[in-house]
Design a protein around this ligand. Structure first.
Ligand code: 5GP
Ligand code: ZN
Length: 114
């Protein structure tokens, strides 16, 4: 676990979260400050600070996070109408929590990134 990492604490149930999915490898929960009707974060249980820190041996992990996001989008009913998946990286990328997380945003017409 990363020292004082917010998302490790959610994984370890040291902090509450509205968890919508969990398996051996990952947890998905609702964002505390949603930017769309559905705004979930899909995170690995293992602490990886940024996508820059992913290694060759972890190359399948982002794919599995994405597959889970697509399943959640289907469950929410907007897989066909559309949605957005985002990994922010470091400060200019808008990353504020340094434990990698895939944002799943959907349920309204999304506007341009920037
Ligand atoms: P980032 O800006 O790092 O890409 O995204 C971090 C996200 O985590 C933000 O959308 C923010 O609202 C969310 N977040 C921060 N703290 C908490 C928390 O304690 N609980 C939950 N559920 N989401 C959080
Ligand atoms: Zn962590």
């Amino acid at each position: 676990m990363g020292a004082d990492c917010l998302f490790c604490k959610i994984v370890n149930r040291e902090l509450p979260a509205d968890i919508v999915f969990e398996d051996d490898e990952m947890v998905a929960f609702n964002d505390i400050n949603p930017q769309a009707p559905t705004h979930m974060l899909i995170i690995p249980k293992s602490h990886i600070a940024t996508v820059n820190d992913l290694t060759e041996s972890e190359v399948d992990l982002p794919g599995r996070l994405i597959l889970r996001a697509t399943a959640l989008a289907s469950e929410k009913g907007f897989a066909d109408s559309g949605y957005r998946l985002i990994f922010n990286c470091n400060s200019e990328g808008g990353q504020t929590v340094f434990h990698i997380h895939l944002h799943l945003l959907g349920g309204r017409q999304l506007t341009a990134l920037g």
